[in-house]
Design a binder for this molecule. Structure first.
Ligand code: ADP
Ligand code: ZN
Ligand code: MG
Length: 489
């Protein structure tokens, strides 16, 4: 439910910056590695010393083409860089190299899926290349410190059309952008650490109105939730102003997550005139059809397409497929397991899904490790599922095998052999055990036959105990049921 007066319609457009995972900076050979000694990854080019010339890193162009293709943009055969001029201590050059009038990508869209299952396209105005500024560190003890390592780090800016209609849609849009950039491997998508940043433009208007209202821009939100919350706040504030006969002023606000409010920036800081002009030091970027083709050939499958295929091919629930395709490494892991199944049945696909979603993901999340270094390989997990499927081990034994695989990296076969973890599936042996249990617990059997059906669980437990936990629970269950059934007669 909307938390604002439904007489009004919010209009939202997002500007998202994604820090690219190229090894070197946008216009020089400096490293982009994170966490280096402050002011160590710098050179005359990214410091903007006089007399030096920038040279475009072609990986940056590869990456932005990847993004453009994945979001259905048209890629301009010719685009140019512009200087965005402003003064700030984290920008030693006094200008930022960006694209203004002729961006490389334009006119694409991103599809989001609303809670009711409806899909909605959010148009993209443009995606352009630019460089990042440095970082100011407001040290309490010393003073404000400047670290220029980040100067010149390549970014792309993804600008949406004002087609987002609620904070929830903004959240879903951002989540989709993150999924796309991480799938493409061009950005790590970490909003908390600032590799993905979002400025939100928002206005409100009466339902049915075709003109856009005056917008404000909200900055400083470092999580998806904060973007949603900040928009909720700002929509409420704007409607409040209008309802009390005042006007919305076009300004920039900063989200204060501690107080849960957005406060206007001092107006001086807002009063910018960037005086954009084409950068005379950089030649136009010419992208040929062959270049686009080359990039297109390396694009991964669209995550939504892959998710739908998981549902149709492996018959797993949509919930599972959504979770498994949220990130590419996880989807690859799951398919690695599936590919190694001995008998590809619906039941085994679901086992593969459960073990990946629950057991693998739990460890990866709690230990905060990458799937690439997860000790249990997809092949080993599949082998373990094969052992469950052919009755060699029980689901409960599998939990032990899984823990062993995590610590020793041994194959499940080896673990099962070493620990003697073989399930008892021999019906004759199990029948003898069940008979003994029924004899020993004549009282409970009588209760069961008298109608107390919950005693069945107790008898299963006693039988399993008698097998020292090794009995095949399915066979034990069947045997007990059959025996008690005949006793009833
Ligand atoms: P600016 O000139 O302030 O940078 P732009 O027209 O370039 O504004 O748009 C920046 C972002 O603001 C885009 O994402 C756009 O969709 C969004 N936007 C533009 N006008 C409005 C509006 N009236 N209400 C909400 N969002 C808007
Ligand atoms: Zn440099
Ligand atoms: Mg603009």
């Amino acid at each position: 439910m909307a938390s604002w007066d439904p007489k009004y319609e919010p209009v939202i457009g997002l500007e998202v910056h994604a820090q690219l995972l190229t090894r070197s900076k946008a216009f020089c050979g400096c490293s982009t590695s994170f966490g280096a000694e402050p002011n160590s990854n710098v050179c005359p080019v990214c410091l903007g010393l006089p007399g030096v010339l920038p040279v475009l890193n072609l990986s940056l162009v590869d990456y932005v083409i990847r993004m453009g293709l994945a979001t259905h943009c048209s890629i301009a055969p010719r685009s140019i860089f512009a200087r965005k001029n402003y003064f700030y201590p984290d920008l030693p050059k006094g200008y930022q190299i960006s694209q203004y009038e002729e961006p490389i990508c334009s006119g694409g869209f991103v599809e989001i899926e609303l809670e009711d299952g409806l899909r909605k396209r959010i148009g993209l105005t443009r995606i352009h290349m630019e460089e990042d500024a440095g970082k100011l560190i407001h040290d309490i003890d010393v003073d404000t410190l400047v670290d220029v390592n980040r100067c010149g780090t390549p970014l792309i800016e993804i600008v949406s059309e004002p087609e987002i209609r609620s904070p929830r849609e903004a959240y879903l849009y951002l989540a989709k952008i993150r999924q796309i950039v991480t799938y493409l491997g061009i950005c790590d998508g970490n909003m908390e650490e600032g590799s993905l940043r979002c400025d939100a433009n928002v206005s409100v208007r009466l339902n049915g109105e075709s003109e856009l209202g005056t917008k404000t821009e909200v900055k400083n939100m470092n999580s998806f939730r904060f973007v949603e919350k900040a928009l909720e706040f700002e929509i409420g504030r704007q409607i409040g102003l209008i309802e009390s006969g005042e006007k919305v002023v076009q300004e920039t606000l900063l989200w204060d997550s501690g107080q849960g409010i957005a406060v206007p920036m001092r107006s001086k800081e807002e009063a910018h005139d960037y005086r954009y002009f084409p950068d005379p030091d950089l030649v136009p970027v010419l992208v040929t059809e062959e270049w686009i083709q080359r990039v297109a050939e390396t694009l991964p499958v669209d995550p939504t397409v892959r998710r739908d295929r998981f549902v149709s091919e492996y018959k797993i629930p949509m919930y599972d497929a959504n979770l498994l395709t949220a990130e590419k490494p996880l989807a690859d892991y799951f398919e690695g397991v599936v590919r190694n199944l001995k008998t590809p049945t619906e039941e085994n696909y679901k086992l593969a899904s459960n073990w990946t979603m629950v057991d693998v993901l739990r460890v990866v999340n709690t230990e905060n490790i990458a799937l690439a270094v997860f000790p249990v390989t997809p092949a080993h997990l599949a082998e373990m599922i094969n052992l469950i499927a052919d009755g060699t081990i029980s689901g409960k034994m599998a939990k032990d095998v899984f823990e062993e695989m995590r610590t020793t990296k041994e194959s499940p076969q080896d673990i099962v052999g070493r620990k003697g973890l073989v399930q008892l599936s021999d019906t004759d042996t199990l029948e003898k055990i069940v008979d003994q249990v029924l004899e020993k617990n004549a009282g409970q059997v009588a209760e069961f036959l008298g109608g107390k059906s919950q005693v069945f669980g107790f008898l299963v437990g006693e039988s399993m105990k008698a097998t020292k936990g090794r009995g095949n629970p399915k066979i034990v269950n069947e045997l007990l049921r059959k025996k008690l059934e005949t006793m009833k007669k």
